[in-house]
Design a protein around this ligand. Sequence first.
Ligand code: AMP
Ligand code: MG
Length: 418
Amino acid sequence: MISVEEALDKVLSYVDVLGVEEKPILGCLGQIIAEDVYSAIDIPPLDNSAMDGYAVRTQDVRGASREKPRLLRVIDTVMAGTISRHRLGGGDAVRIMTGAPVPEGADGIVRFEDTDEYSREGNTGEIGIFKEIEEGCDIRRAGEDITRGIRVLSEGLVIRPSEIGVLASLGCSTVKVIRMPKVAILATGNELTEIGNPLPPGGIYNSNSYALAALVQRYGGIPEMLGIAKDDERSVVDCLKRAMSADILVTSGGVSMGDYDLVKNVLASNGEITFWTVRMKPGKPLAFGIIDGNKVNGIDKKLPHLGLPGNPVSSMITFELFVRPALLKMMGKKILTMPSVEAVIEDPVVNTDGRRIFARVVVHEENGRYIARITGPQGSGILSSMTLANGLAVIPEDRPGVNAGDVVEVLMLDWWKE
Ligand code: AMP
Ligand code: MG
C-alpha cells in the first residue's frame, strides 16, 4: 500500500498541461490564459469627463465663488458617445455629461453642484460658476486606464470576471486559453440503475456518476457520461472505446477486495496498472493505470484511468484528493492542493490501522478559532454525511487518533461561510 503523497505523485506524473484553444471570452471563466494580451487602443480613447458638469477654461473661472459667480456662455451640450464640434473661446462653457469627450479648448470640468444649474430656470444660454478649479479637474485622461501597446494580461493568469471585462474593454471577442479537460465517467456494477427509471428489487441508483460529474464541472472540466457498465470485462471494454476521446477516465466501483479483478483485468489486458490501494480511509481500494488506445481501438493514445472505489463517499473523497489535482494540472493551474485551515476538533477520532483518515467535518468559527465537528456516522456508504460536511479533517497515519480539543488540519471542500 502506498501513501497518499506517493499515489498523488504517480497520478500527476502521468498527466500534462493540455493544449491551447481560442474561445469566446464568456466561455473562459476559470481557465488559464495562454497568451499575453496587448492593447491596440487607449482606454479611455479620448480625454473625457468624470462628472456631469461644465467643461470650462480654468483661467475663466479663477476667483469664482458662490458670492461672486463667474458667468459663462453655454455654447453646446455633449453626451457620452458624441464629440462637440465647438472649440471653447474666452468665456465659453460646454455642458458635459459623464463619459463625454472634453471639447477642444477646455481644461477642466466644474460639477453641476458647483454651478447655478439647479436654480436656473429654462435655457438662458448662460451658467454661473461658483468655484475655481485646477487644470485637469475631473478629466479622465486618454489611456489612463490602459495605454495602447502595453501588456494588459499575462499568460498563465486565471480568467476571472474582471479579466473578461478587461478583454471586452479591449474589444477582444475571443481569447486563447488552455483547454478544459474532458473527463469520461463510467460507473460499474450489476446493481446499478440509471436515474429516471424504476428501481428493480435489489437495485440502487447510480449516484456516483452524477456526484463525480458535478465535481468535474466544479473544478473546470467537461464531464462525458459513459453510463453504467456491468460487472464483466466485455461490458467495461465496450465502454472504454467511447472513453478514448477524453483526457482522463474516471470509473467507480469494481476495485474493492472482492471486486478488484474487474478493473485489474481490464487494465491488465488494455494497458498497465500503476498502483492499487492507498494508505487512506476512506478510499483504500483506489486503482490507477494507463489505458493503451492501441489495444482498445487502434488509437495511438495513452489514457490515464483512475479507478475510484464504488462507495459513494470514497469515490467523492478520492476524487477530491487525486482527480481534482490532476484536472488542475491539465488546466495549467499552479496551485493543486486543497485550501486548508487548522481547527480544533470537537470529537475524538480513533485510528486503528495506520491509514490516513479523512473525516467528514463541519467547520465554523468561534472566538477567532476554527472548530471542526464530525458530521455523524463515517461509513463510506453514508453519502448524506457528505452533504453535512464542508471539510475533511486529516488524521495522520502515524497517530493512534485524535482527542477532542486537539488541533487538526482540515481540507476545505467548501468555504465555511457558504
Ligand atoms: P464496489 O467498489 O463496486 O464494490 O462498490 C462498493 C459499494 O458502492 C457497493 O455497495 C455498491 O453498490 C456501491 N456503488 C458502486 N457504484 C455505485 C454507484 N455508481 N452509485 C452508487 N453506489 C455505488
Ligand atoms: Mg461493484
